[in-house]
Design a protein around this ligand. Structure first.
Ligand code: ATP
Length: 427
């Protein structure tokens, strides 16, 4: 983990937020490479969950909703974690994560367990009055439930169908840590898949399989993934059954994605609290509240798993090569272009032309510093799958070398073949 944290800082993936002021716990900024990687993850999720599916629609709702939403959803009453405070050093801990009765920091005595609500409060409008109190959403799915009737009216879907959303979530976590694993501000990718009651268990199993497949397609090793069935007594207030996809993090197996059967809890409660009928009428005129299956995952959490899973070191003659063996679709940079030597105008001219050309279709990097070996190493460390080098032969026969990150083998090919080659690789 320490190696990943340092690589992320050094190479521009992740910075502690407000670092010049000493940082702020649980908040992280994403640098030039981090933002590219996050965008790739979100795009790949959206492609599988929305674009490739006929019956799943996208949505982008606000972060702040009418405060009644959180009453209806049960979050005001139940979106809490158990909290204990040390009577000596006043540090606060999540009671369910404590392994002993004493303060883990100073050994002091702990208070009784209190329930702590994780929602951030804010005020809407110019007066800081209770009547104006609102909350930053701790999950994106309530925006989906409150727009359920809007989407049904516009799209006229048949069951089963889904509504998907990617957006920021905020949780005032009692303790953060483990780098970007548990944050106070993060991005969520959520699907609410509405099904006929009675078919919910079948669809739940379907989504568990689909999502597990997706993680493997993203490049995560099979052995580092497993399913965890939540025991009945620890289920969230809305859930009939929840299965987590867990990843083997360096600190142990932990939740990567939750897949919950939320039943008809949310639609029913929003109908009750808002007075608007959110039931669904099927093609036979039958009216009922659909059940909902929800795969929900944090972008930062899968990003951390992908980085950890891809990281490897190769030792050769006392030289260590650090490689991020990322799936090329996830890699921030797809291709790096180099002139063999930085002081030969002809090489630079041709290499720049190739670089400008490939940029139209791919995320491409340019590097003309140091020697070629160092440039390869530098790209390996950020997971760039291919490096193109323009050498003296290139000037004569319009060919270049393409070096593969995994094999380190170089292949010669025509400059006019490059675009097609990378397109095929990225398919
Ligand atoms: P935990 O019990 O670990 O606090 P949770 O069960 O409350 O988590 P969910 O409500 O199931 O988490 O959240 C769905 C997904 O959102 C998680 O699987 C995770 O990927 C992501 N997520 C939740 N909380 C955070 C957080 N604080 N930081 C980053 N990602 C998060």
């Amino acid at each position: 983990m320490e190696k990943i944290v340092s690589l992320c800082k050094r190479r521009g993936f992740v910075y502690p937020s407000s670092e010049i002021y000493g940082g702020i716990g649980g908040f992280w900024d994403f640098g030039p490479l981090g933002v590219l990687m996050k965008n790739n993850i979100k795009q790949l999720w959206w492609k599988t969950m929305v674009e490739e599916k006929e019956n799943i629609f996208g949505l982008d709702s606000t972060v702040i909703h009418h405060p009644k939403v959180w009453e209806a959803s049960g979050h005001l009453a139940s979106f809490t974690d158990p909290l204990r405070e040390c009577k000596s050093c006043h540090k606060r801990f999540r009671a369910d994560k404590l392994t002993r009765e004493k303060c883990p920091e100073c050994g002091g005595e702990l208070t009784e367990v209190k329930q702590f609500n994780l929602m951030f409060e804010t005020y809407v409008g110019p007066a800081k009055e209770t009547a104006n109190k609102a909350y930053l959403r701790p999950e994106t799915c309530q925006g989906i439930f409150i727009n359920f009737a809007n989407v049904v009216d516009c799209m006229r879907p048949k069951l089963p169908f889904g509504i998907a959303q990617i957006g920021k979530g905020f949780r005032n976590e009692i303790t953060t840590g483990d780098f970007i694993f548990r944050d106070r501000e993060f991005e969520m990718m959520e699907l609410e898949f509405f099904v006929r009651p009675g078919e919910d268990e079948k669809w739940h199993d379907y989504w568990i399989k689909e999502r597990l497949k997706w993680h493997q397609e993203m490049g995560i090793k099979k052995d580092n993934l497993r399913l965890f069935e939540h025991p009945k007594e620890s289920l969230a207030h809305y859930s009939k059954r929840t299965v987590d996809i867990e990843y083997k993090f360096p600190f142990g197996w932990a939740e990567l994605e939750g897949i919950a059967n939320r039943t008809d809890f949310d639609l029913k409660n929003h109908s009750k609290f808002s007075g608007k009928d959110l039931s669904f009428q099927d093609e036979n005129g039958e009216k009922f509240y659909p059940f909902v299956i929800e795969p929900s995952i944090g972008v930062e959490r899968i990003m951390l798993a992908l980085l950890l899973d891809a990281y490897r070191e190769e030792k050769n003659n006392k030289v260590t090569r650090v490689i991020l063996s990322l799936n090329p679709k996830v890699s921030p940079i797809k291709v790096a272009v180099f002139p063999l030597l930085a002081n030969k105008p002809d090489l630079i001219k041709l290499a720049r032309r190739i670089y400008e050309d490939l940029r139209k279709d791919f995320m491409v990097a340019w590097d003309d510093r140091g020697n070629i070996g160092k440039r390869y190493f530098s790209q390996d460390e950020i997971g760039t799958p291919w490096c193109v080098t323009v050498d003296f032969q290139s000037l004569e026969d319009k060919t270049v070398t393409v070096r593969d990150r995994e094999t380190t083998k170089q292949e010669r090919m025509g400059i006019d073949k490059l675009k097609e080659f990378f397109e095929n690789k990225l398919k």
